[in-house]
Design a protein around this ligand. Sequence first.
Ligand code: KIV
Length: 275
Amino acid sequence: MKNTVVTFKEAKVKGDKLTMLTAYDYSTAKLIDEAGVNSILVGDSLGNVVLGYEDTISVTMEDMIHHGAAVARGAKNALVVVDMPFMSYQTSVYDAVVNAGRLMKEGRAGAVKLEGGVDVCPQIKAITAAGIPVVAHLGLTPQSINAFGGHKVQGKTEDAAKKILEDAKAVELAGAFALVLECVPAKLAELVTKSISIPTIGIGAGNVCDGQVLVYQDMLGMFSDFTPKFVRKFANVGEVMTEAFKEYIKAVGDGTFPGKEHEYTLSDDVLEKLY
Ligand code: KIV
């Protein structure tokens, strides 16, 4: 069944857990969609896990549109959420609406996600008013990595925790239909989840959130540059891939690939005329 913003609303009311995974291309999106996930996030983590950047800062609107459209072609039932990249919405409400519109029109997003709380509420309000559903993102917001001074758990002091709670209430009021909570203490995520009526989607935020999201390369063991504490490896696909690549190199080297079954035939009549 097709997942929409209504699915998210109903899940919170019924207490059903929501599932979200990232994807950045057509064939992975198809596999994730067929597995039955509620939502696919075309995260700007694209910068790290696909493009090989150190952070998400360099990711562009063109990158997000390109990968968003590929994922949307593979996702039949999952709600496709596309991240608004750094500086595509912080600059002004006008830029935010124009760029969210591009992600929906050209990137085929079903919803957009942006980072921040009270400060970006005018943007959330305007994008929502334009008919584009918005997912908010609080806690460790990777586009602010330079301001945080690294990948650090957020909301550990009284002031920081109060700010996240206040931001969560503000983004709900501004019109966000869901909230990603990244790298915050589980008890704070629980309080936020109980204090707002939109679903919280946690990543490193404990299991009381209304749903969970993971970067698919992390949960499949395909990305070894950095593995955060909150990741569970549900498979070791990285090892399987490396083994298969080695097998391929060996088979080509020793002449066992390609085999007869991989060849195209030419009739003897045609062959004779070539000599
Ligand atoms: O970009 C991303 O993949 C994200 C998730 C980590 C929530 O924002």
